[in-house]
Design a protein around this ligand. Structure first.
Ligand code: FAD
Length: 410
């Protein structure tokens, strides 16, 4: 792909979902100017959700890893996307329009896309060995190796990633305890109704939960760990996996003058505050959510891909007509259950449960906002309800309509 394109050199920092999708979408949209894709990892771009699901549950294989790739070196070369792996960006100078890399080189951009994502929030407990965290392919591989031993596992953190790891550990026959200082850790993600049934699912599958009590310390080494809880209880395990959230990779932007506060602050068009030629997308970006009226940093797969397509269209078309409108879609696999969430829950609104897992094997919770308008839904094992909810949320209809429709479906 040669020829001169006056729209200028796009430099994308972060070669994972958001960054790779941006580069590919630009080419799909006919953008012919130079594109450079810079990634800190040595790995070709790959997808993260399977790292805590299929990859941890099954036997590790080259085919399974190959299926994670978001692109290949050949495809990127064919599209004339200059891929620079293993080269972390260490500084940004927005006035000079340059990005400095760890290898000492400097890249000049016309448009910069910051897509550096997030890392696992570091474990406060660091014994010599035996404590793992999950963000990268290498992390997943290391944890899979530990789970295959069948030894007892303590998972610290009862969010989606922690509970997916717990389910994977059970599938390897490991005795599992999930610890979280919050009494209902999953309620924040799926609301109390579904959080309850998910805890029941874990217990039925043999995972123990210790919620409402935190970890005071972890000592020992791999194969012989002691996890001491805040109430004095001591748990023995071969492996501990700490999944206590993530932090945005925005440290390299210190001193750049960009507004940073738990991520790169952008306007509704995903332009970094104070730098019109800089976009920030994916897990590293914090943007004004049009429906919720607050700034959010979404850490979800669908958002990263949607934002990549949105800014690629804006860059190639000379600007976007309307602010970014998210779909707010998240999913999680827990054992053989599929949990889906779309939209959000308004703390001032109401929620309605339709269906019954015990009787029908599926359930939906519909959220309405303070004005009676449907604003979100969580479904378990019920794809039709999810699709119906998505349609209604897109049209802005009343929650009562959706509840009626789902009762008929049920
Ligand atoms: C184990 C796991 C399971 C998940 N499961 C789900 C799920 O079921 N559903 C869901 O909706 N979401 C899930 N997610 C979240 C989803 O994967 C993320 O939202 C998505 O990966 C975000 O993409 P991103 O490109 O913004 O950031 P990332 O995927 O974090 O990628 C950022 C990239 O930038 C690189 N980078 C960082 N700093 C620099 C630097 N200074 N210079 C150059 N490169 C840099 C990083 O090495 C990384 O490769 C999961 C995440 C994990 C970790």
């Amino acid at each position: 792909m040669s020829g001169v394109d006056s729209r200028g050199h796009v430099v994308v920092v972060g070669a994972s979902l958001a960054g790779t999708r941006t580069a590919l979408a630009l080419r799909t949209l006919g953008y012919t100017a130079p594109i450079t894709l810079i990634g800190a990892e040595d790995e070709l771009p790959y997808d993260r959700p399977p790292l805590s699901k299929d990859l941890l549950k099954g036997a590790w294989s080259d085919e399974a890893v190959a299926a994670l790739r978001l692109s290949s070196a050949d495809e990127l070369a064919e599209l004339d996307i200059d891929l620079r792996l293993g080269s972390a960006a260490v500084a940004l100078d927005p006035a000079g329009k340059t990005v400095s890399l760890a290898d000492g080189t400097t890249v000049v951009y016309d448009t910069l896309v910051i897509a550096t994502g997030a890392v696992a929030r570091p474990s406060p407990w660091q014994p010599e060995s035996g404590v793992y965290q999950l963000r990268t392919l290498a992390d997943s591989r290391a944890i899979a190796g530990r789970l295959a031993l069948g030894e007892p596992v303590v998972v610290v953190g009862g969010g989606f990633i922690g509970t997916e790891i717990a389910a994977a550990a059970r599938s390897h026959g490991c005795p599992v305890v999930v610890v979280d200082p919050v009494p209902e850790p999953m309620a924040r993600l799926v609301g109390p109704e579904i959080a309850d049934v998910l805890v029941g699912l874990h217990r039925r599958n043999g995972a123990e939960t210790r919620f409402g009590v935190g970890v005071a310390g972890i000592s020992g080494t791999a194969g012989d760990l002691t996890i001491t809880l805040a109430d004095g209880t001591e748990l023995s395990a071969g492996t501990a996996v700490v999944g206590i959230g993530s932090v945005p990779c925005d440290g390299w932007l210190a001193g750049s003058g960009l507004a940073i506060d738990n991520g790169v602050i952008t306007d509704g068009f995903l332009r970094a505050e104070g730098a019109d030629d800089v976009f920030a997308i994916g897990d590293v970006a914090r943007w004004p959510h049009p429906g919720r009226g607050v700034d959010v940093r979404a850490e979800h797969w669908t958002n990263a891909g949607d934002q990549a397509r949105y800014i690629a269209a804006a860059i190639s078309g000379g600007g976007a007509d309307a602010p970014y409108a998210p779909t707010d879609y998240v999913w999680s696999d827990q054992y053989d259950w599929k949990v889906n969430s779309v939209g959000w829950r308004d703390p001032e609104g109401a929620s309605f449960v339709v269906g019954d897992l015990a009787d029908e094997g599926r359930v939906a919770v519909i959220h309405e906002d303070a004005h009676g308008v449907a604003c979100g839904a969580v479904t378990v094992n019920w794809v039709k309800a999810l699709n119906q909810a998505r349609r209604l949320l897109a049209s802005g209809g009343p929650a009562a309509t959706l509840v009626d429709q789902l009762r008929q479906l049920a």
